[in-house]
Design a protein around this ligand. Structure first.
Ligand code: AMP
Ligand code: MG
Length: 276
């Protein structure tokens, strides 16, 4: 049954294999790989329960860490994904960092300086809402540094991520892809709903006009920085329920494969009786 196959290999279907070519113009942001909303929501709840248990084991083990990177164009659903994923995690042992326009102090350092500080400590999960990838996205699209400077960053980023991996941090990167029509609807909704207006930024419209430049920058990012140890997952994100299912599934599989263990108890502990 096509459905079952899709279920078994959802992570594989979404992973960007190193060396593959990406054409976002031909990528279907509506796609759900055979999943129906109801089943997806049930399965999603199961993944969340797994995530809760596995994160506790990661924290108890205290030896390794997980870094989750979220990228996507404005209104792609980065905030919503974080809310959903955070539901599963104990806030103790999980950090969320949003990366904005760098401060003047940050700009006086190399672009990874401000990022490195927020990578997860042993036992922890760190979620990045935007990341060092902005330095090959908005920085490239707006020409904030010369071409030869941003071009070498793909290699630098791969090197830096390898360093993190070798030091015990597992990295999973999610690119949430919505299409142009979906972005128009979501931005319009931010304007129409008074409680969402704070989310609309004056830069959202000029950025939207640069759709094609961003598309090229996203494609290059996916092609050049999806590595075996720090892969990108290209998530069709028009449907929020599928996006949530996809991210939870990949994370649950990742933590399951890491198989964190509770530390061994002191010998003889089972014989201890707490005195009255
Ligand atoms: P938001 O995520 O909507 O709060 O917006 C944050 C803004 O900061 C986005 O427009 C990002 O593109 C921008 N930003 C993040 N990192 C950088 C960077 N390294 N250089 C320039 N702009 C950045
Ligand atoms: Mg914004």
């Amino acid at each position: 049954m096509a459905d079952r196959d899709a279920r078994r290999s959802l992570s594989q279907l979404l992973r960007v294999e190193p060396g593959s070519r990406i054409d976002l113009d031909r990528f279907d942001a509506q796609r759900t790989h055979g999943w129906k909303r109801e089943d997806a929501e049930l399965h999603q709840a199961e993944q969340e329960a797994r995530l809760t248990e596995l994160q506790e084991r990661l924290w108890a083990e205290g030896k390794r860490s997980l870094l989750i990177v979220l990228q996507g164009i404005d209104a792609a659903g980065k905030d919503g994904t974080i809310r959903k994923v955070m539901d599963a995690f104990n806030p103790q042992g999980c950090t969320v960092t949003g990366f904005k326009v760098p401060s003047s102090e940050e700009l006086r350092h190399d672009y990874l300086w401000r990022i490195h500080h927020h990578t997860p400590g042993k036992g922890s999960v760190a979620i990045f809402n935007r990341s060092h990838y902005e330095d090959v996205l908005i920085v490239r699209v707006h020409g904030l540094v010369p071409r030869d400077v941003w071009r070498r960053r793909y290699r630098q980023i791969n090197d830096w991520e390898r360093l993190l991996t070798e030091e015990g941090t597992v990295i999973r990167k999610f690119f949430l892809y919505i299409d142009r029509d979906e972005q128009r609807e979501r931005l319009q909704a931010r304007i129409d709903d008074p409680n969402k207006r704070w989310k609309f930024s004056a830069s959202d419209l000029p950025e939207r006009e640069k759709w094609d430049s961003y598309r090229k920058a996203f494609e290059d990012m996916l092609e050049k920085t999806s590595t075996k140890d720090a892969p990108w997952y290209l998530i069709p994100a028009n449907r929020k329920w599928f996006r949530n299912l996809a991210v939870s599934t990949v994370l649950a599989e990742t933590l399951t494969a890491m198989d964190p263990r509770y530390p061994p108890a002191d010998p003889g502990i089972e014989d201890i009786v707490i005195p009255r």
